[in-house]
Design a binder for this molecule. Structure first.
Ligand SMILES: NC(=O)c1ccc[n+]([C@@H]2O[C@H](COP(=O)([O-])OP(=O)(O)OC[C@H]3O[C@@H](n4cnc5c(N)ncnc54)[C@H](OP(=O)(O)O)[C@@H]3O)[C@@H](O)[C@H]2O)c1
Length: 212
């Protein structure tokens, strides 16, 4: 049975994206210092060989436990689900070969035809809610797992549906002071998860929670 999982970066004060990191400020990373804050939160991933390869950042990069974890995350994913805000930012910044290599179901009110990218990624725009997106993702993932990619709004919806089996958080030592908070709008204070694994690095504590 395939699993539904989340794998994200988070600031120490609980934000998935800093204030100001929106499409209208995309070309002004100095606005509210969103670019520097995002870069600090994600510094661990930017160094990894697997990530650099996948985004065409060029050769080199670290290998080791974190790199292996990234490869495992990618290889286990048979489908992705994301929200429209995450998609819009990716649309203007991912390379032609978008870094998913699976079907991606984008929750949105916008009606749009599927967008096929080279390298196996096709974006499907889903207008009939998170359960429908999950059903479609399950169908295309087969034996592989389903990644709820983000952003905060979409992860909150799936936490509220009680369908997330694993929650992987790279908790970075940076404070945002505002932005898109992960743990809010939840029906339950926090669903029942227990810690399965912790991997410490200087840039982030990689916390893996599984449903208790
Ligand atoms: N830290 C990380 O690892 C990480 C990972 C992923 C994303 N992010 C960041 O998170 C931010 C985006 O998060 P977000 O919470 O603002 O937005 P989001 O979850 O990406 O997208 C929310 C939007 O998706 C659409 N949507 C969501 N659920 C829907 C539903 N049930 N039915 C129809 N439409 C639905 C709506 O847009 P419309 O009404 O316009 O269609 C909604 O405003 C970005 O800055 C991104 O870079 C961070």
């Amino acid at each position: 049975m395939s699993k539904v999982f989340v794998n994200i970066g988070l600031s120490l004060d609980g934000y998935m994206a800093p204030e100001g990191m929106t499409l209208e400020n995309w070309d002004s990373p100095e606005y509210k210092e969103w670019g520097a804050k995002w870069g600090t939160m994600m510094s661990w991933i930017l160094k990894q060989q697997y990530f650099r390869e996948n985004l065409n950042f060029g050769p080199g990069g670290e290998t080791g436990a974190v790199n292996d974890m990234l490869r495992y995350t990618m290889e286990r994913s048979g489908a992705n689900i994301m929200g429209m805000r995450m998609f819009e930012q990716g649309e203007v910044s991912w390379p032609d070969e978008a870094p998913f290599h699976t079907p991606v179901y984008v929750l949105t009110h916008e009606k749009r035809e599927p967008w096929v990218r080279p390298g196996g990624t096709t974006f499907y725009f889903v207008n009939d809610g998170p359960e429908s997106a999950l059903e479609q993702a399950r169908e295309s993932a087969g034996d592989r797992d389903i990644r709820i990619s983000g952003g905060a709004n979409v992860i909150q919806q799936y936490l509220n549906l009680g369908v997330i089996d694993e929650l992987e958080i790279a908790l970075a030592p940076v404070l945002f002071g505002g932005g898109r908070r992960l743990f809010e709008n939840l029906h339950q204070a926090m669903p029942e998860f227990c810690i399965d694994e912790v991997l410490n690095t200087p840039d982030a504590a990689h916390l893996r929670y599984v449903r208790a």
